[in-house]
Structure formats: C-alpha cells, structure tokens
Ligand binder design. Sequence first.
Ligand SMILES: Cc1cc2nc3c(=O)[nH]c(=O)nc-3n(C[C@H](O)[C@H](O)[C@H](O)COP(=O)(O)OP(=O)(O)OC[C@H]3O[C@@H](n4cnc5c(N)ncnc54)[C@H](O)[C@@H]3O)c2cc1C
Length: 582
Amino acid sequence: MGTLGELTGQHFDLIVIGGGINGAGTARDAAMRGLKTLLIDKGDFGGAVGWSSRLIHGGLRYLEYFEFNLVRESLRERERLLSNSPHLVHPLQMTIPIYRGNKRGPQLVRLGMVLYDLLSFDKTLPGHRMLPLAPFSQLFRGVNHNRLRGAAQYFDAQVEYAEQLCLENVLSAQAAGATVRNYTSITRLLQPSEGGVVERITLCDLLTGEQVELKTRETVLINTAGPWVDQVCQRGWQGDHPAPLSPRPLMGGTKGSHIIVDPFPGAPTDGALYVEAETDGRPYFIIPWLGKYLIGTTDLRLSGDLDEVKASDEEVDYLLDETNRVLPQAQLRREDVRFTYAGVRPLPFVEARPAGQKPKNSSITRSHILHDHSDAQNGDISNLISLIGGKLTTYRQVGEELTTAVYRKLGRSVPPCPTRHQPLPGAINYTPQALVEAVARYRDRLSVASLQHLFSQYGTRSWDVLALVDSTPALAQSIQPDLPDIRAQVVYAVEKEMAKTLIDICFRRLLLAHRANYGRDALASLVETLQQHCGWTQGECDRQLQDYRHYLQTHAIPDYQLAIEGQLTREGQLTDKSAAVN
Ligand SMILES: Cc1cc2nc3c(=O)[nH]c(=O)nc-3n(C[C@H](O)[C@H](O)[C@H](O)COP(=O)(O)OP(=O)(O)OC[C@H]3O[C@@H](n4cnc5c(N)ncnc54)[C@H](O)[C@@H]3O)c2cc1C
C-alpha cells in the first residue's frame, strides 16, 4: 500500500466506503467484473465480522417474521460459501432443546425445520431431524432435563476465522486490480452549489494525517459504512457549509455481545446448542469455537459511541446465567470468562413509537436495502448508494447487487458475475492433501498442530507463510508455547495482509487476543518479531503497546475484571486509560 498522495489525479469508477464484509465483497465483485475500484476503511478491514456469532446461516429465527426471501437467499449463499471457501466455512450441527413453557413448542419448531429444509432444497447438508426426549437425553447428558420435551437438529455453517473471510475478499479485490486502503477515512463529500451529485471527496490517512481530494462526478460512491452510514452522510458539504446527504436517519443499529469460555462440564461436544433464553425468550447460541466456547448474543438498543462498544457486566451475567440454566453442570462464573466482545448490527432506522408499542429489536428486518440517494426524497444525489443492513452470510449477494447497480448508474452493460463460483484465494487448489504434503515437507521444523492451524486459517495461502519459514528459519518459532501460531504469521500479516497495528495482529489476523489472557502473553514475542523482521522501532512498539492496552479496556475486558485488576475508580471511570492493564 503506497501513500495516499499516490491517488491524486486518479479516476475510479467506484469508491467503496467501508471495508467490512459488505464493502470487501462489493470491491471484489466490482474489481473482478472490470470496474476501477477503490476500497477504503477508516479502521482495519473487517468491521463487525469479528464481533459476530461467526455463523453462515439461513436464520431460522427470521421465519417467525415471515422473511422467507431472506432465509432463501441466505441458504443459497451458505451453499456458495461452503463451496467457494471450504478452508474457512464448515458445516455445523445445531441442536435446539425444547422445554415445556418455551415460546416455541415442538410443533412450531418442527414447522420451522420443514420450512428451512424446503427453502434449502438444493443444499448439500443433511436435512433436519426431530429427537424425542429419550434419545436426546442419551445424546446430550449435560442438558437440563427438567421440563425437557425433546429437541430438533439441523445443519448450518460456521466460519471460525470470519476476519479472514473478509480479508480474503479484500486481497482478492486487490489481486483483481482494486486499490485497497485501511486506516483511510472519508472526511468530506462535496456537492456543487446546485446539488445533485458528489463532485469531490476528501480522504484522510488516519495514521499519517495525509489528505487527498478526488474528483467523483463520474464515479459511483457506495456507502457500506455499516452502523456509520449516517455519519458518512453527515459529512456532506455544499460550498462552504455542511449539507447532509440524507434528509433522514437511515441506521438504527442494535448491540450484540458474546463471551468466550474454556471447555466446561456439560458443554455440547457435537455441534452447537441453540437455546431459547428463559429470561426473555430470545434464542442464543452456545458454539464450539477454536477449542473454546462462544456464547451469545444479546440484542440491545445502542445509544453510545459506535467506536467503543463493549459487553456490559449485565450482558455477561445474562449469558452466564442462561448457559448455567440449560447446562447445569457448567456452573460458569464471571472468573471463567476468557474474553468478551460486542458489535453493532447495521439495521434500518425504525421510528420510535408511542410507549408500549416499541418494536422488539429482534423483529427489525435483517434483509438488506440498497438505498439509492438519487430519489428526490432520499437527497437527490445521483452517484451515491448506501447499504442498509446486510448479514455476514449474504455479503456476496450484496456485492453482486451493488456492482450491478453501479454498472447501471455508469450506463454500461452489466457483465456476468464471477463471484458466484470463483473460490476465495485460500480455496484455490485447496484439498486436504495439501496439509499432508506440508506435514511431509516441514515436520522437522514445525509441529503438526502448527501446520493444521495454518491450513485451517489460510487454506492454500499457508504456502506463502511457509515460504517465509524457508527463507528465515527463525520464523518457525512459536509465538507462545501453548498456542500453535508461529512468528512467520506476524510477518505475513504485516507484509501481505496489511496489518498496521498490534491490535490488527492480535484481534483480526492471528486472533491471539481471544485465545489466551487477552493476547497479553504474546506481546513480548510479537514485539520482538516486529522489531527483528518488520523494521518496527522501539518507540513505535511502545506506542502500539499503549494503544493495545487501551483497546483491551474499551473493547474486550469486562468492567468487573478491570475493577479486579484495580483500574476503575469507584465512579466506574478508567483511572489511566493509557497505562492500565499489563
Ligand atoms: C453481535 C452480532 C452477531 C452477528 N452474528 C452474525 C452471524 O452469525 N451471521 C451473520 O450472517 N451475520 C451476523 N451478524 C451481522 C453481521 O456481522 C453484520 O451485518 C456485517 O458484518 C455488517 O457488515 P458491513 O460491512 O455492512 O458493516 P461493518 O462490518 O460495520 O463495516 C463498516 C465499516 O465501515 C467503516 N467506516 C465507517 N465510517 C467510515 C468512514 N468515514 N470512512 C471509511 N470507512 C468507514 C468502519 O470502520 C467499518 O469497518 C452479527 C452482527 C452482530 C453485531
């Protein structure tokens, strides 16, 4: 990635604002179909994918709201993802225990299952089955048997490294000719005095402060900024005064939190549990994930800062209590929580209603909307489309639709869409045989666990990581004795995956933060590797360490834990944002 200034004078057919999964998927689709594309994100690539439940699912729950189109579309995309990214997306068995008193009884669950199977008539995964009480109790001994009536089982899919799914879309877009830049924010979208079009934009490199202005009269702007869509629209200007690009709010995101715990007594050993919470009747998941369990999610209105969202103590307690209720041997306590995270769903804005008539958050549509600002009531801007909504599962479809819309706006004929069938980079030539070959070639230098880990995270991109080990044998060293990750991955993240910060490396490239002590045990060897092999200076590393600790406080470590670590005042304020948490 060169300097921002290198963009000066360049023309793009399409500028995608926001490199979450929908922006990344759109940039890939557009670049592969021949559009000159620029993708930017104000932070690292990934957006909310790392805060999601990491499920590639049809959304059984959406059937309750008659969102049949969404479920069908999601199930079709699930199938495509299983086929185009088999290194990252795997089938996952889901089990729904059904209790007397549940909002959803056996008849309703069975109906949902039948519909789900019908809507995925072309699937490769097995269909559902209903389990009567006796066989289910035999299979799932850890599940609370009190008032239990039986269970339903079906298949969905899981993407353990959701961050990599997003990144591979970015890398694929780049390989197809797109210019991609993280830490690059759009700060101004300027209309002429007569309005009607965004004729210039200003971009800012948030790491260097460099700014550049681009002409965009002949460019389509796609606003895939997720929950920040409105903030991007607010950056509209006309002449020398602010002029928001949308006359009304578009987004009304809700917050969802997860906790991660180590394996515990009674935990499901065969797939995930999908449980109706006793407290509020909401369904939530207990999902095996990277040798641990991911439990979530909540669904709450968000009012605070979109950039500092974290699981509250109440949400953690809710998830612990509900898990202990359905799996009584678990006896999970706050001390058992290894990591927490929270994200914001980019849902459509819903008008507040009179008291007592508030729509339930879970009932707000999860379908996506391409919001074309060229309609008079949408702001009358010819070259801007904002995406409202859009799940992780359906990102490719969204990218296809947005690219087609861009072609139409540019008045060009629409070429066929390659992303329906084209494998992601790590899936090219991917077969289980690749791992066997790697074990034969590297077993004197790397453990089988490390090699397995590489192939499950990078697919055939693992060969590029292993090439680093060939050229610099010291990079075969592990980062931390109890984890399979090796130092070559750090160099790969910086050199080939555009990681710019320790947070990028620990949270989105190697997922070290999630797996042991918030990544803190890995920091020393990471810093050593970055200094020795990536040219980072001591001063740079010190700054990065400070930022990392602050990010842990504001995104991952629950407040009760910070209090234990002595970092909170009695009023709940962070005592020293930069120095806390060692
Ligand atoms: C708790 C939770 C659980 C979920 N679980 C699932 C699941 O299991 N399966 C599923 O399919 N979906 C799930 N989802 C939904 C899914 O994760 C999101 O809908 C999806 O990731 C949104 O992607 P996006 O690209 O539209 O937006 P985002 O991921 O939010 O990305 C928007 C990007 O825009 C960038 N941006 C903002 N402002 C600017 C600016 N001024 N300039 C440049 N860039 C900017 C941001 O930095 C961000 O990276 C879940 C969501 C949540 C919150």
